[in-house]
Design a protein around this ligand. Structure first.
Ligand code: PLP
Length: 385
């Protein structure tokens, strides 16, 4: 079955009790047994819940994976994957990554004896130089957040030695545009809060793999720690995921048009979007992805204050954290999503105070471009002063 068919049908069998076509929200914590030890496959909803199982089967199908565990957030899914490691293990991580992942690694997991080295993983020589005898995991986010750099997943998988794991946070690209497992990764992680859910109305996460042993450890962690989604959230993510292909085609088309508009504007210093031919890794993006996605960032000409004014002037782009919903969002990474990274470190990586990030929604693109155009005009005076 092809992508959209899987998105709509995988895991979505009619309800065995009633024939309901749509998977019900099984809002129950427990299940009545016929006798001690005799269940219908369900005993307690932290361990297993039919709505969550339907979501897991759907999400596994989207990544063409044998296994999926759904979580209550992307961070919970990330924490479950990191549980594949133990004290003394070392992780090579991309230095341009989701701020919450950086916080989990640097402020929580490092206290449990895990070691992290942050490098620019778009440069393979930096990855090789960071590997140590105790390196157990490569943590890849591609395209990166917020600079939209690309990491060559196949190349990272090729330099992995036996026993080492390659994990890819595929939240930005989505399974519609990028298949890390097919490129050689061992595990894929998603914040389903973003494109997969797609409507900014639920928090969720998931981890997918084709490796039985990895899947078992993640499943064990899901039940033992309990970071599971409730049935209502599982349902919302599942409903959203059915239209992922449709939405991604529009996100991709709109973001390309917005990127081209910004790149042509004398008010804009630099646009980071893998779909632009000027992007340093445009060729890799074409090879590794089936489209370039809905995320981009750009630097305005003028002082950093201009960016702060600019985000107040847009009317359709709401000033908000998060991404991947049908509505367009705008943010200043240095002050918002990436605020937990020390300023010096941030600037070294290129996340300057004047950098603006867009999550381009699926509104009519002419309206989006007009909105950005009027905000550029309103803030132009500041740049000339
Ligand atoms: C949002 C996000 C996360 C965290 O997911 P939550 O659902 O907010 O916990 C992880 N990685 C990326 C790339 C994200 O955008």
């Amino acid at each position: 079955m092809r992508f959209s068919t899987r998105a709509i049908h995988a895991g979505q069998d009619p309800d065995p009790a009633t024939g309901a076509t749509i998977v019900p929200i099984y809002q129950t914590s427990t299940y009545t047994l016929e006798a001690v030890g005799v269940t219908k496959g369900y005993d307690y909803s932290r361990t297993v819940n039919p709505t969550r199982v339907a979501l897991e089967r759907q999400l596994a199908a989207l990544e063409d994976a044998r296994h999926c565990s759904a979580f209550g957030s992307g961070m919970a899914a990330t924490a479950a994957v990191l549980n594949l490691l133990g004290a003394g293990d070392h992780v090579v991580v991309t230095d341009d990554l989701y701020g919450g992942t950086y916080r989990l690694f640097s402020r929580v997991l490092s206290r449990y004896g895990l070691e992290f080295t942050y490098v620019d993983m778009s440069d393979l020589t930096e990855i090789r130089a960071a590997v140590r005898p105790n390196t157990k995991l490569f943590w890849v986010e591609t395209p990166t957040n917020p600079l939209l750099k690309l990491i060559d997943v196949r190349a990272v998988a090729e330099l992995r030695r036996p026993g080492q794991i390659v994990a890819v946070d595929n939240t930005f690209a989505t399974p519609y545009l990028q298949s890390p497992l097919a490129l050689g990764a061992d595990v894929v992680v998603h914040s389903t809060t973003k494109y997969i859910g797609g409507h900014s109305d639920a928090i969720g996460g998931a981890a997918m793999t084709n490796d039985d042993a990895i899947a078992e450890t993640i499943k064990f962690h899901q039940n033992a720690v309990g970071g599971v989604p409730g049935p209502m959230d599982a349902y919302l993510v599942m409903r959203g995921a059915k239209t992922l292909a449709l939405r991604m085609r529009e996100h991709d088309r709109n973001a390309q048009a917005v990127a081209e508009f910004l790149a042509a504007s004398p008010d804009v210093e630099r646009v980071n979007y893998p779909g632009l031919e000027t992007h340093p890794q445009h060729a890799l993006a074409k090879r590794q992805m089936r489209g370039f996605g809905g995320m981009l960032s750009f630097a305005l000409r003028g002082p950093a204050q201009r960016a702060l004014d600019f985000v107040k002037c847009t009317k359709l782009f709401s000033l908000a954290e998060s991404l991947g919903g049908v509505e367009s969002l705008i943010s200043i990474p240095s002050r918002m999503t990436h605020g937990s990274i020390p300023k010096e470190e941030r600037e070294r990586r290129g996340v300057t105070d004047g950098l603006v990030r867009l999550s381009v929604g699926i509104e009519d693109v002419e309206d989006l471009i007009e909105d950005l155009g009027q905000a550029l005009e309103q803030t132009r005076e500041l740049a000339l002063r």
